[in-house]
Design a protein around this ligand. Sequence first.
Ligand SMILES: CC(C)(COP(=O)(O)OP(=O)(O)OC[C@H]1O[C@@H](n2cnc3c(N)ncnc32)[C@H](O)[C@@H]1OP(=O)(O)O)[C@@H](O)C(=O)NCCC(=O)NCCSC(=O)Cc1ccccc1
Length: 195
Amino acid sequence: MSDTPSSTPSTSSAPSSSELAQWLADEAAVLARLEAGPGPGLAAPAQLAGKTGLEVMQAMIDGQLPYAEIARTLDFTIVEVAPGRAVFQGTPLQRHLNPLGSVHGGWFATLLDSALGCAIHTLMPPGRGYTTAELGVNMVRAIHPAKVSRVRAIGTVIHCGRQLATAEARLVGPDGTLYAHATTTCLVFDLPAAR
Ligand SMILES: CC(C)(COP(=O)(O)OP(=O)(O)OC[C@H]1O[C@@H](n2cnc3c(N)ncnc32)[C@H](O)[C@@H]1OP(=O)(O)O)[C@@H](O)C(=O)NCCC(=O)NCCSC(=O)Cc1ccccc1
């Protein structure tokens, strides 16, 4: 999987089409697990108790915990988690267009915020939570659904402290084209005790 996108589209279609095939296979495998699981919704506090953030994220991607409803609303899914890293894959569709005819900036931002926040979530010990306090997004190329069938938001943690965590993410196509990049600052805190 290519992780080092450039700002210009690839001139060779072969690597791009094999990468897209891999992306579609990854997505199908995750969606099959999600469909066999509890579906979209919220996990009960008891299901999260004692688990690290990585364990929670892994259980979600394995279809053992509910996944976030917004993923269904905006046509994206998580495809990979690892310590300090989260990858979301989105399908740009006509229903995501702004009045100008390109994908709405909020769709870019939602995928990037998801990848950034979940990358930080993977580093949370049991009992610690986080929330996005700041999100900065640069959109450097428009997305047109007729030309781009999938994009990935790849988030990686830069710093994870006791109070602050920061991360960066890139929104790329299977040919390595860069569509947007983002950074976040998240607040880290103790989760309230389950009642
Ligand atoms: C165009 C620009 C802003 C600046 O380009 P640069 O950074 O200087 O880059 P570069 O020169 O490398 O060219 C790159 C590509 O751009 C094309 N291009 C360049 N200049 C122009 C131009 N003047 N006009 C048209 N196209 C231009 C150029 O042909 C090339 O394509 P190509 O390689 O030929 O195929 C680019 O960064 C961009 O599109 N960002 C994404 C913005 C975006 O999608 N935002 C979200 C949606 S907005 C939203 O939703 C808000 C809303 C909500 C509700 C209601 C209403 C609105």
